[in-house]
Structure formats: C-alpha cells, structure tokens
Design a protein around this ligand. Structure first.
Ligand SMILES: *[C@@H]1O[C@H](CO)[C@@H](O)[C@H](O)[C@H]1NC(C)=O
Ligand SMILES: *[C@@H]1O[C@H](CO)[C@@H](O)[C@H](O)[C@H]1NC(C)=O
Length: 335
C-alpha cells in the first residue's frame, strides 16, 4: 500500500521507471526490517505509510532511517537496473574511461551510473514532500543522506592487464556495494542521528520568511550525510495503537549464548526486561518421520521423532498489570 501511494502521488516521474522504483522501495523496507529485527521499534508496517497525508507521522529518529533507506533503495535499484541495460535513457557511466585514475590504473569498464539513479529517485521520492515546514525539510535531508550512503559505499573494482597477468596496468570502475552494506551504514547513522534544534521564537513568530530562515540556520551545522530528527521517540515498550505501536509484549528475542552479535545476545534484555516484561520460554514440538528403514520388499518403516524448538518471547509479569518499573525509554538502551 505504501508503495502504491508513492506511485500515485509522484507527479512528474516517467512511467518506465515505476517497476524499479516499486522494487527499490520494497528492498528498502526489507532492509529496514532486517536492521531493526532486534530493536524495540522493528520497522512496523504502520510506520511505512510514508505518503499518506492523513496519517500524522512524526519526524523521529526511526523515521529518519525509514526515509533514508527508502530513498537509498530506490536509487540503488534504478542504478543497478540501468547498468543491467534494463532501462531506457541510461547505461554505464563511461565518462572517465581512458583517463588515469591513480598510480597504475585507468578508468575503464562499466561504472554504475549513480547520478542517474540519484536524479530519478529524487523525482519520485522528494516530490512527495510538498510542505515548506521543518518536517518536510528534515525528510528531504534524510532522503538525501540515504542517497549519499549509496554513493559512499560504492567500491572500486579492478581488473589486471599486461604481460601474462603481470598486472602492470589495471582498469577500474565503480560498482554499487551490496545493499546490506548501505543498510549497515545507515543503521550507524541512525544510532548517531542528531536532533535538529530550531529557534523556537522565530518559528513561533509564524511568518514564512522567518520560518525559512530558522530552518536554514538549523541545518547549517549538519552535514548532508547525517540523519536528523525533530521529535523524541515515543516509548516503544508500550502498546499505543493511536500511534500505531504494538509494544514489545509478544516479541521474540534470542537467548542462545552463541547468537551472532552482541546486539542480538542482548535482545531479551532490551525487548523484555528493560520494558518491564519477563522472558517466557515457549516450546513447540514437531513430529516427523525419522530412522526410516527399507524392508525387502517393499516397505519403508519409520520411527516418529519429536523435535523440540524453543522460542523466547516477552510476556507480561504475572500478577502485575499495566504499570511497570522501567529502565530506559524509547528505542535506545544501555549497550
Ligand atoms: C529492476 O529491478 C527489479 C529488482 O531488482 C525488478 O523487479 C524490475 O523488474 C527490474 N526491471 C525493470 C525494467 O524495472
Ligand atoms: C499514546 O500516545 C499519545 C501521544 O504520546 C498519548 O497522548 C496517549 O496517552 C497514549 N495512549 C496510551 C494508551 O498510552
């Protein structure tokens, strides 16, 4: 639904690119869900209705990531498809081919044309921000930070030439990284996101020139690569359906000692304990055939084996209702 909204509301975007834009927005959302799988806020569908004007969306830290990863996904997919020759009016970026790039290497081959992806994704995604207010400015800034992440994670790929692969000369081109690298990069930017401090007196004065001026001033100290937000995040522990938040009750967490990262290992603490919930172990048994033997002739006899899978889920503490003692607030927690 979020995707269709993008397509319906984008004004001057050429139709030929719509399937790439759609796929790109989708991959951005998938990446968001991956990156936030073990966070209190886990990129719920309710957060992704980006272009529905009725839904009041706040410019929180989490929404800064949503804007950035979506813009990045769209730019990424357009650029990739372009290099694959699937789109009209674009191809490889050969503009530097033949020129010296550095010691022992020349530009050559098919560099991904990120400027094309950049330009087209802007037409789709930035066009959704029609407001003149600080929120629109923040969203546009975060879109741009997302696109810059695609550029800054690009890799130089080289091929050797010269006598019997002596590699005396190389040709190199710039290639998109895996989209996962873009996601990782933006997750770090999310963790470091800065709150935009506006001059409240000038905003309250209310006239649009003062408004614009206050916005420009507030942005002047912030690099284009950084994510920014305006409003503090709500308490993601708690269920609040009017904000579209489901809370962490019922969420799964990982409790095995050999789980992948520290972030995952601490997921039960972050999602359950620090939200005033306990960790409940849920066992499910699944029966399946095993130890099958072939008998002459012609039957197969099997045993039934039950396999127990253990899940850990945040659950309400028995005997307590509603209010709990809580440590920490929002999505950030003690690392
Ligand atoms: C572009 O890429 C996406 C997936 O990466 C695909 O779904 C889409 O159909 C591609 N081609 C065109 C012409 O959009
Ligand atoms: C949901 O959030 C809003 C805004 O922060 C707040 O005013 C309201 O009291 C909350 N509702 C519940 C049930 O906590």
């Amino acid at each position: 639904r979020a995707l269709n909204n993008v397509l319906l509301t984008a004004p001057k975007a050429p139709l030929t690119y719509t399937s790439s834009v759609q796929a790109g927005a989708q991959s951005g959302i998938q990446e968001c869900k991956y990156q936030f799988a073990w966070d209190r806020w886990n990129c719920p569908e309710s957060a992704l209705q980006l272009s529905a004007p009725r839904a009041p969306r706040s410019a929180t830290r989490e929404m800064s990531f949503v804007h950035a990863i979506r813009a990045a996904g769209i730019m990424y997919t357009l650029t990739r498809n372009c290099s694959l020759g699937e789109l009209v009016n674009c191809g490889c970026d050969n503009s530097r081919n033949g020129k010296i790039g550095g010691r022992g290497w020349l530009w050559g081959g098919c560099s991904d044309d990120v400027d094309f992806g950049d330009r087209i994704s802007k037409q789709y995604i930035d066009a959704l921000e029609t407001g003149q207010d600080s929120r629109a400015a923040v969203n546009l800034h975060n879109n741009e930070a997302g696109r810059l992440a695609v550029k800054s994670t690009m890799k130089r790929i080289c091929r050797c030439h010269g006598m019997s692969e002596s590699c005396s000369i190389q040709t190199c081109w710039m290639q998109l990284s895996d989209f996962r690298d873009v996601g990782n990069h933006l997750k770090v930017k999310h963790d470091q996101a800065q709150k935009l401090e506006m001059d409240k007196r000038r905003i309250r004065a209310g006239n649009s020139a003062e408004n614009r001026g206050a916005i420009v001033d507030a942005f002047s100290s912030i690099a284009r690569t950084e994510l920014i937000y305006l409003e503090d995040s709500p308490d993601y522990c708690a269920r609040n359906l009017s904000l579209g938040l489901h809370g962490t009750e019922g969420r799964e967490c990982v409790q095995s000692r050999d789980s992948l990262s520290q972030w995952e290992r601490r997921s039960c603490r972050r999602l359950c304990h620090e939200c005033g919930l306990r960790v409940e172990e849920r066992r499910t048994e699944t029966a399946s055939s095993c130890n099958c033997k072939f008998h002459w002739c012609c039957t197969v006899k099997c045993d039934t084996c039950t396999q127990v899978t253990v899940k850990h889920v945040c659950a309400r503490r028995t005997g307590s209702h509603g209010q709990h003692k809580r440590r920490g607030n929002g999505n950030k927690s003690v690392h």
